[in-house]
Design a protein around this ligand. Structure first.
Ligand code: HEC
Ligand code: HEC
Length: 79
């Protein structure tokens, strides 16, 4: 194999790794659905979330949580 071909192969491998990495990243930032437990099943208003998920509450959101205005738009109620 001469040198130009080896460079092409390296480029293809690098591109493949990049695609794989981006796929992983985008998966990990998909919003988790509401857990189908008793607490979350009947929640229909965003205002219900804060007592448990607000800052300083039992299950606070992580710092890197995306914009928080409309919880149920991104976390739909489980069926
Ligand atoms: C009575 C307290 C309470 C209320 C009210 C509540 N939650 Fe939760 N929620 C919890 C607890 C506790 C967990 C489990 C936390 C954990 O596993 O780290 C949880 C888990 C979650 C998860 C799953 C997190 C994950 O990593 O999978 C989501 C999403 C969520 N809640 C969203 C909401 C939204 C949106 C609302 C309002 C509509 C809400 N919760 C109202 C207590 C509550
Ligand atoms: C713009 C979409 C969006 C909105 C609006 C939103 N979330 Fe999230 N939420 C996400 C994403 C995406 C994740 C996963 C974050 C991650 O994995 O880093 C997440 C994660 C969570 C978790 C798991 C713990 C954590 O902090 O990662 C909980 C609990 C949660 N959200 C509750 C809420 C509540 C309560 C609200 C309203 C106050 C809300 N979310 C509004 C997109 C959203």
């Amino acid at each position: 194999m001469d040198v130009p071909q080896r460079k092409t192969l390296l480029l293809l491998v690098a591109a493949g790794l990049l695609v794989a990495a981006l796929t992983l990243v985008s998966r990990s930032t998909r919003p988790p659905g509401l857990p189908p437990d008793a607490v979350h099943r009947n929640l229909t208003r965003n205002g219900y979330c804060a007592p448990c998920h607000g800052a300083g509450a039992d299950a606070p959101l992580r710092d890197r949580h995306p914009p928080k205005d409309d919880c149920l738009r991104c976390h739909p109620v489980a069926g």
